[in-house]
Structures are given as structure tokens and as C-alpha cells.
Design a binder for this molecule. Structure first.
Ligand SMILES: Nc1ncnc2c1ncn2[C@@H]1O[C@H](COP(=O)(O)OP(=O)(O)OP(=O)(O)O)[C@@H](O)[C@H]1O
Ligand SMILES: O=C(O)c1ccc[n+]([C@@H]2O[C@H](COP(=O)([O-])O)[C@@H](O)[C@H]2O)c1
Length: 224
């Protein structure tokens, strides 16, 4: 008798990626390893719903993400949110992924701790669990304190292991501390670039070269 096929494990890791940095990319690699993902779709949000529209276009942020991913196995730069109008609601993205991969696939939405703390303010947050699991990555400097609304949203969903999470196609929440947490933020990188400072070793050299080539994130002389 042959063993039943293992359901696919597909990750979604969305972000403003303004710009993508090693905190995102290393987390992506470690998520693939620790959850044994088949693919991780990384996707820039053209209109992140809970913040101002970034100055750098979604196309440019996607180009930086592609440069950063390069040939990294299992990481995919996914442009599907760029092909939609309106706010970049994750619910719509998960619906599209679920339709691509089918009902048996284990669909996992990865979020850093800071994004996770705002989950109750997202568009139809309870419906996210009808489509995917959520994996929350610890991020240096962010407190684990949850609001009452978040606690109510998560009630009964939290699990303690990857095995427990993968027993069902969607509906669970797993907090993880990946092996190499990094205290890198895109805000810090934009500030450094605006002042003409160095960002070496905070993001891949290919991303740094692309930022220089396209003269992104620099303040005009008068603004420094
Ligand atoms: N260093 C990091 N480690 C783990 N997760 C991260 C890290 N940086 C960002 N993330 C997560 O990646 C996703 C996209 O983050 P985003 O593109 O907003 O980056 P950011 O560095 O937080 O940017 P900004 O400083 O502009 O807010 C979010 O879920 C966020 O929590
Ligand atoms: O669906 C929502 O309402 C929603 C609200 C806030 C953020 N998100 C998504 O969460 C991801 C991280 O967002 P951000 O602002 O932390 O970069 C990105 O893919 C956003 O589109 C989604």
C-alpha cells in the first residue's frame, strides 16, 4: 500500500517591502525550513491598508524584491497584488491562493509580531481563518502584548507545534521564534538612505545596487 500524498504546504508573506531587507529574506528562508514549505509567495502590497501609500511604486518595490530573492530556492516574488485595484486586502490574496492550490493544501500566512498585533483591525479578519493558518514571527523590540479584540479573534485557535498546525488546511495560529531574529526595519533603512548613510549588510547587495541605480529613497539636497 502506498502512503497518501502529503498535502502541499504553501506560504504567503506579504509586506510593504519598502525596501525588502535581510529581516524579511532570512525569515522567509527559515520559515521554509521550519515549516517545510513547498513555496513561499512573497508579495509587495501596492496599497497597504493600514498605512500611507509608499512613495516608491509597487513596481519598483517588486523589482527590489526580485533582486533580493535572486535564485533562492522556494521563495517566489509574486506580483498578484499589483494586478488588483484598491486596498491590498490579504483576504483577497488568500482567496486567490486557495483557488490556485485547492482545498487540501496547507495555506500559511506569515506575519511579523508588529503586523500580527493589528490583525483585529484588518478587513474581515475572522474570514482569514477560513482560508489559512497564521504563523507569527517574533521580532526583536516588539512586545507580545495582545489587545482584547485580538484575544477574542484568536480564541481557541492557537496551537503549539508545526505538526498540530499542519493537521488541518487552515484555521490555526502558531507563534514561532525563528533561529536568526534580526532587528532590521525598512524605516531604519529609509532613514539611513535619506541621510546618505550606509545600508551595507542590512539588505542584499543586489538590492543596494538597484536602489543606487534607480536613485531611490534619497532626499533632495535641500531636504537633508
Ligand atoms: N526584521 C524582521 N523580522 C521578522 N519579520 C519582519 C521583519 N521586518 C519586517 N517583518 C515582517 O514582514 C512583514 C512586512 O513588513 P514591512 O514590509 O512593513 O517591513 P518593516 O521593516 O516592518 O517596514 P517599516 O519599517 O516600513 O514598517 C510584516 O509582517 C513584518 O512584521
Ligand atoms: O487585509 C488587511 O486588511 C490588511 C491590513 C494590514 C496589512 N495587511 C497586509 O499585511 C502585510 C504587512 O503589511 P505592513 O503594513 O506591515 O507592511 C501586507 O501584505 C499587507 O497587505 C493586510
Amino acid at each position: 500500500m502506498t502512503a497518501p500524498a502529503r498535502p502541499q504546504r504553501i506560504g504567503m508573506f506579504g509586506g510593504t517591502f519598502d525596501p525588502v531587507h535581510l529581516g524579511h529574506l532570512r525569515s522567509g528562508v527559515e520559515l521554509c525550513e521550519s515549516l517545510e514549505l513547498d513555496q513561499l509567495h512573497m508579495m509587495p502590497a501596492p496599497q497597504p491598508p493600514l498605512r500611507d501609500r509608499p512613495q516608491v511604486s509597487a513596481e519598483q518595490r517588486l523589482a527590489l524584491l526580485k533582486a533580493g530573492i535572486g535564485d533562492t530556492p522556494r521563495l517566489v516574488a509574486d506580483d498578484r497584488e499589483l494586478r488588483r485595484e484598491g486596498p491590498s486586502y490579504s483576504l483577497l490574496t488568500l482567496e486567490a491562493l486557495r483557488s490556485d492550490y485547492g482545498i487540501e493544501a496547507r495555506l500559511i500566512m506569515a506575519l511579523g509580531q508588529d503586523a500580527f498585533l493589528k490583525l483585529a483591525d484588518w478587513h474581515q479578519p475572522e474570514r482569514l481563518f477560513e482560508l489559512a493558518h497564521i504563523v507569527v514571527m517574533a521580532r526583536p523590540g516588539y512586545s507580545p502584548k495582545r489587545s482584547q479584540a485580538l484575544l477574542e479573534l484568536l480564541a481557541g485557535r492557537e496551537v503549539n507545534s508545526v505538526g498540530e498546525l499542519m493537521a488541518a488546511p487552515h484555521g490555526g495560529v502558531l507563534p514561532v521564534t525563528l533561529p536568526s531574529p534580526m532587528g532590521i526595519s525598512a524605516t531604519g533603512i529609509r532613514r539611513r538612505l535619506a541621510k546618505g548613510g550606509s545600508v551595507r549588510y542590512l539588505l542584499p547587495e543586489a538590492v543596494e545596487r538597484e536602489i543606487e541605480h534607480q536613485c531611490l529613497y534619497r532626499l533632495p539636497e535641500s531636504g537633508r
